[in-house]
Design a protein around this ligand. Structure first.
Ligand code: BGC
Length: 730
C-alpha cells in the first residue's frame, strides 16, 4: 500500500505538468466568454458525440455541430479528423476511446489486475496506456468500468475488478489516478448497477433493493469519482423498470445531489435511443428530452440531441439554462485537458511513443503479478530443470488475440508474444518443444485430439493451454455454460490419461466452472488475458523465475448451476449443512465454491501467527486495527496477500457472512517473518438500512485474517456506544 501512496503522489505531480497553463479562474472565464457567443445549435453540438461510422455527419463535424467523437483510434485517423473538424469559435474536438487495458501496448485485462491485490499494478498499467493514447491525440478514455460483478456468466466481468466492493473500489480509484497521471480524462462507467444484470445476460434488467444497491454496487463508482473522475457514463440497463440513462434518482438524487458530482454525464452508445425499446420513451424526441432532463449532458452517437434538443428548447420542454450548464461542463472538460492549447498532432511523432521498451518491460512485469496458481499438486510447477521435452497442447498457447483479450485498443497482433513463442525462445539447448493445437481456439471439433496425444506421449511434461477465446468474453460475451468450451474437457481427459506431469494455463476473463477437469490436472495457472508480453510473463512464472502471487477477485464455482455464488452473500436462516437436507444447498453437488474469493497458491508457503486487535472495543470514531505476523516457511521468496474479513453478528438488516475490509501484499524471503497491520475506520463497518440511512450499529463483529476468504484465524470485537449515522439518502 505504501508504494501505492508514493505512486499516487507521483501521479499528482505528473498531472500538474499536464495541466494547461491556464489557472482555474482563467479557464472559467474563457468558458463563460465562449458560452456568451455560442448559438443554441452550437451548444447542442457540444452535447453531441459521434462515432466513426459510415453514417457520420461530416457536415456537422465541419461546422461545430459535433463536440466529441469516439472510435477514431489510430494517430493517423485522429490527425486527419482534427484537420477536418471545424468550429466557428475554435472549440476543439474531444476525441474519446475505450482505452481499457492498453492502447498499442496491451496490459492484462482489468480483472487480472484486480487479482494482483496491489492497486499500484493497475495504476501503472493505466498510466502507461494513457500516455500512449494521449500522445496519439486521444483525450478521454471510457474507463474505468466500475461495475461490481455478481455473475460470471456476464462477459463484461472481465472489464471490472471483481465481486468485492472494497477491492474493486481500490482498483477503480487507482485506475482513475493512473489514467489521469498518463494524461487522459476518465469516465466512470456504467452508472449504475450494470454488473447485476439478470442471469448474467448482457443488457438485461435489474431489480434490487435500494439498500443492496448502495451497499454493494455504488461504492465503486463513488471511489472513482472521489479519485477525480472527469465524467460518468450511464448504463444500458433499467433498474426497477427505469433505464439508467433517464434515471433521475441515480443521476440527480445520488450522483449530483448526495455525491456532489459536478462534471459531465454521458449516455452509453445509443442508450438514449434504447429507451424506446425499454418502453419508457415514445420516440427519439421523447427519449432525448427525458434523458437530458434526467441529467445526461452528452448523447453518445444516438444523434437525438443533435436532432431534437434545440426544438425542445424552442417549444419550452427544455430550459435553455440547463443547456448552458451542460455545455459549460463539456467545455470545462476540454479546457481541463488542455485541448484549447494543444499543438497539432503529428502521427509520426506519436508512433515513436508507442510500444516502447519501457511499456514492454512494464507489460511483462505487471502481468507476472496477476497470475493465480489455483492448484499445484506434487509441485507440478515450476517446471523442473530435468524436463527435456515439453509438449505444448492447445491452440490458445499460440493465439495472439487471445493473449491480448477483448478491448485491445490498436494493438498489433504480431507484436504480441504468445506462450508458445516465449517457450520456444527460452528453450535454447535446455529443452525441446513439441506443439499440437488439439483443436481450434473454440475447440469446436475433436479431430486434432489424437495428434495432440501422440505429440504429448513423447514428451516428459505437458503445458496445456485451455480456456476461452477472447470473443467469448467482454461486451455481448455472456455465456450460459462456464465449463471449458467445446471439446476441451475431452482434450484434457485424453492428455491426463498419459499420466505425464501436466500444468494447465487457463485463459479467461471470468470465473470458470472447473470441477470436472481440475482433478485431472497437476497444476492450473490462471493467466487471464495477459497482454502483449503475456507469453514472456507466463514463462517467467512457469519456470519459477517469478513466484505467482495473485489471488482470486471472484469466486470460482464448481459448476455453472451454482452461480451467482459470491463469497460476500447474505446469510440464510438455514446455512448449508451436509447432514441436513433442509438447508440451503444443492442435492447434486458439494457445498461451496471450487476456489474461494481471495484464493491463490504460491511456490512457497506462509504461516500466520494468532492475530491481535489493538482494541476489541471500538467507538464509532475509532479504527479497527489488527496485527498479525506472517512467515515464509518455504524455500522461495514469495508475496502473500494478507486479508481481513468481518461479519456483524446482529443487525437490523442481516449482514454478509464475510466482507473484505482491508488487504496488504507483503514480500517475504525464505524464513522471513513480517508483522502486518490491517486497519479500517470503524465507519467502514457501516451499512445502508431500509430507511435510507448509512449506519454503524453497535454490536459484536467476528473477524478473520488470512490468505483467502476461508481464513480461520480471528476472533471478535464490539462496536460500543450509540449507533452513528454516517450519511442519509436524499
Ligand atoms: C459500451 C461502453 C463503451 C461504448 C463505446 C458501449 O457499447 O457499453 O462501455 O464505452 O460502447 O465504445
Amino acid at each position: 500500500m505504501k508504494s501505492f501512496r508514493l505512486l499516487a503522489l507521483a501521479a499528482v505531480s505528473a498531472l500538474a505538468l499536464l495541466r494547461p497553463a491556464l489557472a482555474a479562474d482563467a479557464i472559467e472565464a474563457k468558458v463563460d466568454a465562449l458560452l456568451a457567443q455560442m448559438t443554441l445549435e452550437e451548444k447542442v453540438g457540444q452535447l453531441t458525440m459521434a462515432s466513426n461510422e459510415k453514417t457520420l455527419d461530416w457536415q456537422a463535424m465541419e461546422t461545430g455541430g459535433i463536440g466529441s467523437v469516439l472510435n477514431f483510434a489510430t494517430p493517423e485517423s485522429v490527425a486527419s479528423l482534427l484537420q477536418r473538424a471545424h468550429s466557428r469559435l475554435g472549440i476543439p474536438l474531444l476525441v474519446a476511446l475505450d482505452v481499457i487495458h492498453g492502447y498499442r501496448t496491451i496490459f492484462p485485462v482489468p480483472l487480472a489486475d484486480a487479482a494482483s491485490f496491489d492497486p499500484a499494478v493497475t495504476f501503472r498499467s493505466a498510466e502507461l496506456s494513457a500516455r500512449e493514447a494521449r500522445a496519439s491525440g486521444i483525450g478521454l478514455t471510457f474507463a474505468p468500468m466500475s461495475d461490481l460483478a455478481h455473475d460470471p456468466r456476464w462477459g463484461r466481468i472481465v472489464e471490472g475488478s471483481g465481486e468485492d466492493p472494497v477491492l474493486a473500489s481500490a482498483f477503480t480509484a487507482a485506475r482513475v489516478k493512473g489514467f489521469k497521471a498518463g494524461g487522459l480524462a476518465t469516465t466512470v462507467k456504467h452508472f449504475a448497477g450494470y454488473g447485476a444484470v439478470d442471469g448474467g445476460r448482457d443488457y438485461d434488467s435489474i431489480d434490487i433493493s435500494e439498500a443492496e444497491l448502495r451497499d454493494r454496487y455504488l461504492p465503486t463508482y463513488r471511489a472513482g469519482i472521489d479519485a477525480g473522475a472527469d465524467s460518468v457514463m450511464t448504463a444500458y440497463v433499467a433498474l426497477g423498470g427505469v433505464p439508467a440513462t433517464a434515471n433521475r434518482h441515480l443521476l440527480k438524487d445520488i450522483l449530483r445531489g448526495e455525491w456532489g458530482f459536478d462534471r459531465a454525464i454521458m449516455s452509453d452508445l445509443h442508450s438514449i435511443q434504447e429507451m424506446v425499446s425499454h418502453g419508457t420513451a415514445a420516440d427519439g424526441a421523447d427519449a432525448a428530452v427525458k434523458a437530458f432532463l434526467a441529467g445526461v449532458d452528452i448523447d453518445m452517437d444516438a444523434g437525438l440531441y443533435q436532432h431534437h434538443l434545440a426544438d425542445a428548447v424552442k417549444t419550452g420542454k427544455v430550459p435553455l439554462d440547463l443547456i448552458d450548464q451542460a455545455t459549460r461542463r463539456v467545455l470545462l472538460l476540454k479546457a481541463g485537458l488542455g485541448l484549447f492549447d494543444q499543438a497539432p498532432l503529428d502521427p509520426a511523432v506519436a508512433e515513436l511513443k508507442l510500444n516502447t521498451p519501457e511499456t514492454r518491460t512494464a507489460a511483462r512485469e505487471l502481468a507476472r503479478q496477476t497470475f493465480v496458481l489455483l492448484k499445484n499438486d506434487n509441485h507440478t510447477l515450476p517446471i523442473p530443470d530435468a524436463v527435456r521435452t515439453i509438449a505444448v497442447v492447445g491452440s490458445l498457447a499460440d493465439s495472439q488475440p487471445d493473449h491480448l483479450g477483448p478491448d485491445a485498443g490498436i494493438a498489433h497482433d504480431d507484436e504480441t508474444v504468445t506462450l508458445l513463442k516465449a517457450l520456444k525462445a527460452r528453450a535454447g539447448d535446455r529443452y525441446n518443444i513439441v506443439y499440437a493445437p488439439g483443436c481450434d481456439r473454440h475447440c469446436a471439433d475433436a479431430d486434432g485430439i489424437t495428434a495432440a496425444v501422440t505429440a504429448a506421449s513423447g514428451a516428459d511434461y505437458v503445458v496445456l493451454a485451455i480456456g476461452e477465446a477472447r470473443d467469448m468474453a467482454g461486451e455481448g460475451g455472456s455465456r450460459a455454460d462456464l465449463a471449458p468450451p467445446g471439446h476441451q474437457a475431452e482434450l484434457i481427459d485424453a492428455i491426463a490419461r498419459l499420466g505425464k506431469p501436466t500444468a494447465a494455463v487457463l485463459y479467461t476473463g471470468r470465473a470458470m466452472a472447473l470441477e470436472a477437469v481440475a482433478p485431472k490436472l497437476g497444476a492450473i495457472l490462471l493467466a487471464w488475458y495477459p497482454g502483449s508480453e503475456g507469453g514472456n510473463a507466463l514463462t517467467d512464472v512457469l519456470f519459477g523465475d517469478v513466484v505467482p502471487s495473485g489471488k482470486l477477485p471472484v469466486t470460482f464455482p464448481r459448476v455453472t448451476g451454482q452461480v451467482p455464488i459470491v463469497y460476500n452473500h447474505l446469510p440464510t436462516g438455514r446455512p448449508a449443512d451436509p447432514t441436513d437436507r433442509y438447508t440451503s444447498k444443492y442435492v447434486d453437488i458439494g457445498i461451496g465454491p471450487l476456489y474461494p474469493f481471495g484464493w491463490g497458491l504460491s511456490y512457497t508457503e506462509f504461516a500466520y501467527s494468532e492475530p491481535k486487535l489493538i482494541s476489541d472495543k471500538l467507538a464509532p470514531e475509532d479504527r479497527l486495527t489488527v496485527r498479525i505476523s506472517v512467515r515464509n516457511t518455504g524455500t522461495r521468496q514469495g508475496a502473500e496477500v494478507v486479508q481481513l474479513y468481518t461479519h456483524q453478528r446482529v443487525a437490523e438488516r442481516s449482514r454478509p457472512v464475510r466482507e473484505l475490509k482491508a488487504f496488504q501484499k507483503v514480500m517475504l524471503a525464505p524464513g522471513e517473518e513480517k508483522s502486518v497491520e490491517l486497519s479500517v475506520p470503524a465507519e467502514g463497518l457501516a451499512y445502508w438500512n431500509a430507511a435510507g440511512e448509512h449506519v454503524l450499529e453497535p454490536g459484536t463483529f467476528d473477524y478473520w485474517v488470512g490468505g483467502n476468504s476461508g481464513a480461520t484465524l480471528g476472533g471478535h470485537f464490539t462496536v460500543t456506544a450509540g449507533s452513528r449515522l454516517v450519511a442519509r439518502a436524499k
